[in-house]
Design a protein around this ligand. Structure first.
Ligand code: DGJ
Length: 745
């Protein structure tokens, strides 16, 4: 069945219906020639009579204009539900696109010109994106719009043309949107904004769910009713950041984890973003998301075009859990790419919290030996192995091994690690430079800076100007030289500060507004090269923990260090919020020492392990310092990680208890065939005389029997687990956890 149906309305105006598994996204050409939104929600059959629903009645204190023949209808731009709204032509709401023309004026009026349907999804070179592996997985609708006058046969005004693209994936409730703005005029213009998406819902009354945070407190869930006016979530940091996440959802107020309509918006981009909602005078809700216009001004010469990053729109009538399922499946199957997409990932040990900068080869080898004895598969050498980096004041940019710490070099260390039965991994921070470095002394203009102005440091480092291909090339040459020589199977790619004095020595004055975006494109170009030359390398993204944990980076790095906060209790909220969009197989999660280095809390080894088993499991402590009981527990955790990691890859996540809402967190993963599941429960704080009710499970086969093969003993029927639940009587102490590995009998 075709995924996109086009029906003709009056005057042959097209109506487009994009059909998901249980949803429809519909839009059409209004009588004025403007492209308008019709519906995004539950499934609707294509029907020409719906053309009338493109109209929006009302008596606004606003302008009107007469459309362009052949359509020629009258329109009130401030009322219509626009697919890609413009500025300065009668729509006073949040515009998606705005242009500064050569004559100093602003504005556009975009009228429909043509459309086409393509099998599959065209590639978007240079930008991360969802993809298909065969043309029958998706269909793409492209619609061309042109800046035109309100009278005359589509007479162009500025030569600006916009192509909107919509990809609908078979069997999913996902539409991927992006826009391309081209200049067919004969004079250069400046693109002042180009959102990836704008959607006008016909009504108000939504809740807005966002994932704000801070360093070591990423992606907490916030939900609040939308009132009149503008509500935004944005980053001006040059990176997606810990603070505002490039994702949000609109929920009907009664929607919860399993019930109700939810619309999700997820930007596949790692730089400045801005998104949000505007509740209008006519009680409509406009939603927008894309590159933040603040700090963005892109010069378009005649013949040039600009492509926005894409936004993944997902819909579910089955609550937030249903929405997450849409994102999890798409992101693990058709966003993450490369050899590691479908592989089970190694259990790792990272030396950062074990040693910080204070290590030598013997100390590392001793940790690796103990790790090997436990069955750990990968040893990651974190920050401090290069230059003269004994603290964070120096050496970023000098990717040359420190022979004082590692006299035999990385090759020798790598072989020692391999002799203990582990693969070897290495930390880099490619986008950064320390003032105290040979690279900075040689190329002081290679960092972002404004001539004559001070260079603001963050963590005593500056940001390299990745908008310059020669800078990307220079760093790449150093990193690649290491990877070609040492036996490195994994790279942790870190990024520890945000951008200031954003300007490039290589661009002319009228292109300085492009630096933010060009820098991000340079980061992606670096990732592309790395993935191209080292296709077997497992990349783990990191930015002071989870500061750049976004779909853009996940395209290249199949897993991401979720947070620098490794405390088991603090992680409950961080991981819960992260799981709203991102599948567990992308989430790096480690067991660290107690008292915890970020919040100084002491929690049992088992609880730390159970929380880390929610993601890609590893350790981040000195295993040689563990006592016998903790060592035995650690060995059991490694065995559990290996026994259940296939569920991380393919299982469906069900969030059973929200740690934001109380003292209890609980979640489960269920295999696609419902033959197997793991259930985890963590009690943050115990209360006296407070009996925990049984925990009702989800996703199991009611007719099956399940036996616990690891964890509290028991055998239950599926229906009993679903309707009555697992008994939680054993949970009585602060920071205590339980984990059941269930198998169909
Ligand atoms: C920040 C990361 O999030 C940590 O895990 C660690 O790699 C440090 N940087 C090293 O400087």
């Amino acid at each position: 069945m075709s995924l996109i149906t086009i029906v003709s309305g009056p005057e042959d105006r097209p109506l487009f219906f994009l059909r998901g598994a249980a949803s429809t996204y519909a839009l059409g050409v209004h009588a004025s020639g403007l492209l308008c939104h019709l519906h995004w929600g539950g499934a609707v059959e294509p029907d020409a009579s719906l053309a009338g629903r493109l109209e929006t009645g009302g008596m606004p204190f606003g302008p009107e204009f007469l459309g362009t023949p052949p359509f020629g209808g009258r329109a009130s731009p401030d009322l219509l539900r626009m697919e890609y709204p413009t500025a300065n032509t009668g729509d006073f709401r949040e515009p998606a696109v705005d242009v500064l023309h050569a004559d100093g004026t602003r504005g556009l009026r975009l009228l429909y010109v043509a459309h086409r349907v393509l099998a599959g999804k065209p590639a978007s070179p240079g930008l991360p994106a969802t993809y298909v592996e065969s043309a029958d997985e998706a269909e793409t609708l492209e619609i061309d719009l042109r800046d035109a006058r309100e009278a005359g046969p589509g007479e162009p005004v500025s030569g600006i043309e916009v192509t909107l693209s919509y990809t609908v994936f078979a069997g999913r409730d996902v539409v991927v949107r992006a826009a391309r703005v081209g200049n067919r005029g004969d004079r250069a213009v400046t693109l002042l904004r180009a959102a990836s998406v704008s959607v006008d819902f016909s009504h108000r009354g939504f809740d807005l769910l966002t994932l704000p945070g801070a360093w070591a407190r990423e992606r907490w869930v916030e939900r609040a009713p939308l009132r009149s006016g503008l509500h935004e979530s944005a980053s001006r940091r040059g990176a997606s950041g810990h603070q505002a996440h490039p994702f949000f959802a609109l929920l009907e107020p009664t929607a919860d984890e399993v019930r109700g309509e939810v619309h999700g918006f997820s930007l596949v981009y790692s730089g400045n973003h801005r998104g949000g909602a505007e509740v209008t005078q006519m009680h409509q809700t406009r939603v927008f998301l894309g590159i933040n216009p603040d700090g963005f001004a892109w010069r378009l010469e005649p013949g040039e075009s600009f492509r926005t990053p894409e936004v993944v729109l997902a819909y579910s009538a089955e609550g937030l859990g249903g929405l997450s399922a849409q994102y999890h499946r798409l992101y693990r199957e058709r966003l993450v790419r490369g050899a590691w997409r479908d592989r089970e990932r190694p259990v790792l040990i990272n030396n950062w919290e074990a040693t910080y900068f204070d290590f030598d080869a013997d100390k590392l080898a001793a940790i690796a030996r103990r790790a090997g004895e436990l069955g750990v598969e990968l040893f990651v050498l974190d920050d401090g192995w290069f230059g003269r980096r004994n603290d964070d004041t120096t050496s970023l940019g000098d990717w040359i091994v420190d022979r004082k710490k590692l006299p035999g070099g990385l090759g020798d260390l790598g072989r020692r690690i391999e002799a203990e039965g582990l693969r070897f991994g290495l930390w880099f921070e490619p986008e950064m430079v320390s003032v105290e470095s040979d690279l900075y002394r040689a190329h002081p203009d290679w960092c972002l800076h404004v001539p004559g102005r001070g260079r603001t440091e963050g963590r005593q480092q500056l940001v390299l100007d990745f908008s310059r291909p020669e800078v990307v090339e220079g760093v790449y040459a150093q990193v690649a030289a290491i990877l070609r020589e040492a036996p490195v199977g994994y790279v942790k790619w870190d990024m520890n500060r945000h951008l200031t004095e954003v300007a490039s020595a290589a661009l002319p004055p009228d292109r300085q507004g492009e630096v933010f975006h060009r820098h991000v494109l340079g980061v992606y170009a670096f990732a592309e090269r790395l993935a191209g030359e080292f296709p077997d390398l497992l990349l783990e993204g990191c930015s002071g923990g989870g500061g750049r944990y976004d779909p853009g980076m996940l395209h290249y790095t199949p897993q991401f260090w979720c947070s620098d906060n490794t405390d088991a209790i603090a992680r409950l909220r961080i991981q819960h919020g992260t799981s709203i969009v991102y599948p567990p197989c992308t989430m790096g999660a480690h067991v660290s020492a107690v008292p915890n280095h970020q919040v100084h809390r002491s929690t049992p080894m088992r609880t730390r392990g159970h929380v880390a088993l929610a993601g890609q499991f590893g350790f981040e402590l000195d295993l040689t310092k563990l006592d016998a009981p903790d060592l035995a527990e650690a060995g059991d955790l490694v065995a559990q990680a290996k026994a259940t990691r296939h569920l991380l890859r393919h299982g469906d996540l069900h969030r059973l208890r929200d740690p934001h809402a109380g003292n209890l967190a609980a979640w489960m993963l269920v295999s696609p065939g419902r033959d197997e599941a793991v259930v985890t429960v963590v009690l943050a704080l115990a209360e006296p005389n407070w009996r925990l009710p049984a925990l009702r499970l989800r996703g199991l086969d009611p007719a099956a029997r399940y036996r616990c093969v690891h964890g509290p003993a028991g055998e239950w029927r599926g229906d009993a687990l679903l309707q009555i639940g697992l008994p939680l009587d054993g949970l009585t102490r602060d920071f205590q956890s339980l984990r059941w590995h269930l198998k169909r009998v």
